[in-house]
Design a protein around this ligand. Structure first.
Ligand SMILES: NC(=O)C1=CN([C@@H]2O[C@H](COP(=O)(O)OP(=O)(O)OC[C@H]3O[C@@H](n4cnc5c(N)ncnc54)[C@H](OP(=O)(O)O)[C@@H]3O)[C@@H](O)[C@H]2O)C=CC1
Ligand SMILES: CC(C)(CO)C(=O)C(=O)O
Length: 304
């Protein structure tokens, strides 16, 4: 299988290396700075599930020079999505599918508006990873799950092919026949988790102490569930319980990637996650006071 990765950051590099080692032809579509780093240092992953590396990754800076791909994995941050549309236009041909693995849902509208619903597969990732100063992947928990599935009947075959190569890779992969629900479950979870950790600048262990704080998290999850319902995605009470259980299962020092980015002074996906949720709520005239409060405070904090 030929896989192009657009966004060779933490996630794109991690899964790209694992697929490559399983026998896929993987090329990384990158900008000049990342290209230089990959040429100088190679592509390595340091992982609790086993280190791995590609000495000479296939690096492409001009998308018109890229080899045709069966699947283009999009793993940029939400705020960079618009900037890769041009690149994707040069990469997509009649046979190519796009697999986004960003958090959130807003990118599905952007991608399907440009490329059509038949082209865009459903995907998400559950992993805690970042790039170190050498541009190597630091994967810091046992979880390294990529989850994907068809959003359209015509996508079943390509998802099955991806499942086959992924099963041979040293990572966890799940072919889901209810990927839209999975994407929304993750969106509910991450919007609450990233919102509360970033706004408070606190880790999860510190946040699960007082009933009053826990109530805010519950309300955030509940508001996200209401938005999902209006978008015709039925997140059940069991989904809420699962989110709650997951929060309790995390080590006390765990936090969201948004909070980690905030602490490093990096740009955060506020508009892509909480901002987009507020837009959807407003379309459905839903009252979501907790999400709006978190968003309003974060907006002020990140513009400091
Ligand atoms: N990190 C994590 O643990 C998790 C992240 N996620 C989600 O996955 C998504 C990706 O996150 P993550 O991997 O951490 O992000 P990173 O910031 O590590 O990687 C994003 C990469 O996209 C590249 N990029 C941006 N614009 C372009 C462009 N125009 N052309 C080519 N490459 C480009 C950046 O490269 P450059 O160096 O050129 O800027 C960067 O390397 C996010 O939505 C995040 O929320 C989900 C689960 C866990
Ligand atoms: C919660 C986690 C680590 C799960 O993948 C995540 O998606 C994030 O923090 O962005």
């Amino acid at each position: 299988m030929n896989i192009s990765i657009v966004g060779a950051g933490a996630l794109g590099s991690y899964f790209g290396v694992r697929w490559s080692k399983a026998g896929a032809n993987v090329q990384f579509i990158v900008r000049e700075k990342r290209a230089a780093q990959l040429q100088d240092n190679g592509l390595k992953i340091n992982s609790m599930n086993g280190d791995d590396q590609i000495e000479n990754p296939v690096i492409v800076t001009d998308p018109t020079q890229a080899a045709p791909a069966d699947i283009i994995v999009v793993s940029v941050k939400g705020y960079h999505l618009e900037s890769v549309i041009d690149t994707l236009e040069k990469l997509v041909d009649a046979h190519t599918y796009i697999l986004p693995i960003l958090n959130g849902v807003k990118h599905y509208d952007v991608l399907t508006n440009h490329f059509g619903k038949k082209k865009v597969l459903g995907g998400l990732a559950n992993i805690i990873a970042t790039l170190d100063d050498n541009g190597h992947v630091k994967h810091t928990s046992k979880i390294d799950e990529i989850r994907f599935g068809p959003l359209d009947e015509g996508q079943i075959e390509i998802c099955e092919q991806l499942a086959e190569i992924s099963a041979a890779a040293n990572m966890t992969s799940v072919y889901s026949d209810k990927i839209l629900t999975d994407i929304w479950y993750k969106y509910m979870f991450i919007t609450a988790f990233s919102g509360i950790t970033t706004v408070s600048n606190m880790e999860i262990g510190e946040l699960l102490v007082h009933e009053e704080t826990k109530d805010i998290i519950q309300q955030l999850l509940h508001e996200m569930r209401q938005i999902a319902f209006c978008e015709k995605v039925d997140l059940t009470v069991q989904h809420l319980e699962k989110a709650w259980k997951t929060l309790y299962s995390l080590p006390a020092s765990a936090t969201s990637s948004m909070h980690q980015d905030y602490r490093k002074g990096l740009h955060v996906e506020l508009e892509h996650l909480q901002g987009a949720a507020i837009e959807l709520a407003s379309k459905h005239q839903l009252d979501i006071p907790h999400l709006k409060t978190i968003y309003g405070i974060l907006k002020a904090k990140i513009s400091l």
